[in-house]
Design a protein around this ligand. Structure first.
Ligand code: AMP
Length: 287
């Protein structure tokens, strides 16, 4: 497995692969890998000749009061997991390699990025769109693999790729969960044992809503109320948002139809967790 720390190192390898006519899949990550990340790399390996994983905790997508400094990092563990998965190249630059001191160009979006997490974390999607544009320009992938766990991020990136004519396919991959139903996340490592137990409420509340929808409830206010009541039954949980939105535009819908998204963001102690389901998806397995 090649480890490229600089843009020049990565590009030399990419150009060679391109000259050989090989296809490339890119899996962008912030590291501290789990099976969710690895599932993206496995999907890429099936569909491309070469798989590149990027490992970069992107300072631009963290607000001043957010967890940039304490975001978990373990390069050796990540390296071993990617090697075992058969990743061909890891691109792991320092922040100074990606952002010159006088860096001043950004990729910004309206509408799709302004609701949900965009409201709670106003700089996040500008950071995501800018860094992904840079990664696409460095790696020239044919396909880019992203998790449905971050559903708004996926919608934002799909819209950016369409609006700005990036010549890549964005592949959305299913959410990988823990035994009890909690969506795997690098941030789960912040949870103390009693908080980890409390975090079970997210998937439980979503499953309750899925069951209500399957039984015929399509009124979004009722579904939102059902989820909120369930989450608030957990004393350690504090709701950031519970919403019902169109799956492409991320704008509120009154009545749910197939393809719409029900996303939630909940703080357990100081840890903010997100999860979602798309109407029409199979039910979340909750223990
Ligand atoms: P992150 O390192 O958190 O920025 O995530 C990198 C990529 O992995 C994003 O496309 C995420 O949506 C995806 N991802 C994170 N957690 C999961 C999960 N539990 N299942 C599937 N994909 C995930």
């Amino acid at each position: 497995m090649i480890i490229a720390k600089t843009i020049d190192e990565a590009r030399k390898v990419i150009w060679q692969w391109k000259a050989e006519g090989l296809t490339i899949g890119l899996c962008p990550t912030m590291g501290y890998l789990h099976e969710g990340h690895i599932s993206l790399m496995e999907a890429s390996k099936k569909e491309n000749d070469k798989t590149v994983a990027s490992l970069f905790v992107n300072p631009m997508q963290f607000g001043p009061t957010e967890d940039l400094a304490k975001y978990p990092r373990d390069f050796e563990r990540d390296r071993a997991m990617m090697e075992a998965c058969g990743v061909d190249m890891v691109f792991a630059p320092e922040a100074s390699e990606m952002y010159a001191e006088d860096f001043c160009t950004f990729v910004d979006m309206t509408i799709v990025s302004e609701t949900l997490c965009g409201k709670s974390r106003p700089v996040m999607f500008r950071g995501v769109c800018t860094v992904l544009t840079k990664l696409i320009n460095i790696v020239y992938p044919n396909r880019m693999y992203m998790g449905k766990k971050d559903a708004q991020q996926l919608a934002v990136v799909r819209r950016m790729v369409r609006d700005l004519n990036f010549n890549i396919e964005v592949v959305g991959c299913p959410t990988i969960r823990e035994e009890d139903g909690l969506a795997k996340s690098s941030r789960n490592s912040y949870l103390a044992p009693e908080e980890r137990k409390a975090a079970h409420i997210l998937s439980q509340a979503l499953r309750l809503a899925q069951d209500a929808i399957a039984a015929g409830q399509r009124n979004s206010a009722s579904i939102i109320a059902l989820i909120k009541t369930k989450i608030l039954s957990e004393p350690l949980a504090e709701i950031d948002y519970v919403e019902a939105v169109d799956g492409l535009s991320m704008q509120h819908v009154e009545t749910l139809s197939d393809g719409d998204l029900v996303p939630i963001a909940v703080k357990i102690g100081t840890t903010r967790l997100i999860d979602n389901f798309t109407v029409g998806d199979p039910p979340i397995e909750v223990k």
